[in-house]
Design a protein around this ligand. Sequence first.
Ligand code: ATP
Ligand code: MG
Length: 415
Amino acid sequence: MQLSEYPLITYKETPVDAELTSHQLMLRAGLIKKLASGLFSWMPIGLKVLRKIEHIVREEMDRSGAYEVSMPAIQPADLWQETGRWEAYGNLLLKMEDRQGRLFCFGPTHEEVITDIVRNELKTYRQMPVNFYQIQTKFRDEIRPRFGVMRAREFLMKDAYSFHLDQPSLDLEYENMGATYNTIFTRLGLDFRKVRADSGEIGGSVSHEYHVLADSGEDEIGYCDEEDYAANVEMIEGNTAPNGGKLSFTRGIEVGHIFQLGDKYSKSMNCTVLNDKGDSIYPLMGCYGIGISRIMASSIEQNHDESGIIWPEPLAPFQIIIVALNKNTEDTTLTKSRKIYHQLKESGYEVLLDDRNERAGVKFADADLLGIPKRLIVSERGLDNQTIELNFRDEKNKIDVPFEQLVDYLEKLDV
Ligand code: ATP
Ligand code: MG
């Protein structure tokens, strides 16, 4: 991408109605635009980051053995009436009516739809276990949409639903999803913790949340490393861990949630399959969510400084930004920058070229704000010495690399 062609609009001032750092930086860097309360447009650079998160999640979900599907965002009311959630879900549910007067909602989650598919399509034990997932836009009419995409009304979620003949099979997939989530959040470069979100009672529902650790997080987590125990404080009774260990506390942002649903939906929606003895049974279900768009804000909460975002490599919209220190459009610094830009693109790098007719200060400030990990500066001094200056967004030191060694040098950094 060349900034002389892309209409990048960044802001120096902190937006007035944004309290959280990640929200401020996403607006200032032009990654998102607010349309209305809890509704945001993704601009090209922001969308690139979102796609990277999506890609990692999709890759690991496919690897886990789950099958990707895509279900309608709009869902008929009768399905929700079957489970009793048309009323129980309350005002979070955005309801609407079509021209025939039939009621629908914009899906905040998809248990009803997937259970409807399974009850119509899957008949026997040979078709189980199975896990279906999708990456899709959800709508929840949150009472207090805030913090930008962190708690939006429309947001992107990965949701998965598994179906099983018995509890051991559900336990196995629950473990598999837990392991998959560990891989996903590690690959995304997040500092996270898996925490219990159930009461821990025998026979009760089993559920774990994944929290990105951040002081700004809305949730409080109690943990005890000696007992390898961590739980959402909403679930902790008393002041100690289960075996009496001392609790420490930290704050977190919920980015994922895994849940054993049991037969709640299969029963209420009369979804049955035949087991190997020919008996009709209600399959047990698990559900597994990840807040794709919330992850972007969470990552920024963990990776920024006073000048802007510091993207970890896997999320960075571009790996390299080339800053041309040109004064006019005919400058040799610009010609050289363009040459290097095309050379690096051909070598497979995602490169952003700042070839605008702007002052160096403006370009450096935008590069800091956008948070691209590697920066190459093409200056007249460098042209004289046949070198290019390389520095990193998260370090102070600078390296002068000879032009002809640049591609090799960058390659060595990546291995
Ligand atoms: P929260 O407690 O934050 O309201 P939740 O427990 O209601 O979330 P889940 O139903 O578990 O959310 O949804 C799966 C994931 O979707 C959550 O772990 C979270 O990362 C993400 N998510 C939920 N609500 C929102 C929202 N309003 N905006 C952005 N992401 C969200
Ligand atoms: Mg949750």
